[in-house]
Design a protein around this ligand. Sequence first.
Ligand SMILES: [Zn+2]
Length: 294
Amino acid sequence: MRPNNCRAASPDAAVFPEARRGAATLPYISEGTEPAFPPKFGEVFAPFVELAGSCRHLIGAEAGSFWVGDRRYTIPRFTFLGPPTAVPQKRIGLFALIHGDEPAGAYALLKLLQTLADQPALAAGYDLICYPVCNPTGHEDATRHNRAGRDLNREFWRGSGQPEVIILERELATQGFDGIVALHADDASDGLYGYAHGRVLNENLLVPALRASERVLPRNCGCVIDGFRAADGIIGDCFTGVLAPPPAQKPRPFEIIFETPARALLEEQVAAAAIALETILTEYRGFIAYAADL
Ligand SMILES: [Zn+2]
């Protein structure tokens, strides 16, 4: 039987047993080889591994790995299995650090998972598939682009040869997501905003998410944001090539891009993005329940 509270669980569900040898010994390091996880990657990655080691609901795995020079880099995947309900689990993909210099999203995913570890019922009906570090070389270099100089968020579903995009496209094509949220931070914005991709469902999830996260940071109410027309912090249009569900996937999952102001305090960005994620989950559950009653 599953415990109600993950913090009290024994660590036997850890999926990265190597990581439990201590923070100095990160996963996939074997004797005499170059570490797969550079130290900076470990700062973000290690707390997820630690949580997976103590939370029965959280499964750590590798979405894929690739070589750059003599180093191997991994895109990790952490899946939180929420308590089942009367309807099939909804699978939600949560993505962060697609741009390597935007760490708030990764810490927001950690904050969300820590909350869910204490209160798994908040994730009832959901399997949350989290990708906290989508651009490991960019994160290591503190750059928006990956080490090949590419903006990964312009490369999706366009035949990209970038390994990060190939790995993530495979995840998007095989995980069967019912919804995806990509977390970003914008250093040109003084407030929170999001992309709804011109769909009503996305907007119906984004509006309450922005309203709730405004408790922490202001919303960007400009009429032009990131070069697009905006209203109340919501942009309907979008760049091409952003991380998105496969073009042919039907029915379309909901898809939201949530942006925090990168110049704000990291803690505030993390808190705002975590509140937004929790709100989206709550609102989508209401939408599913309503649709089931129709
Ligand atoms: Zn970004």
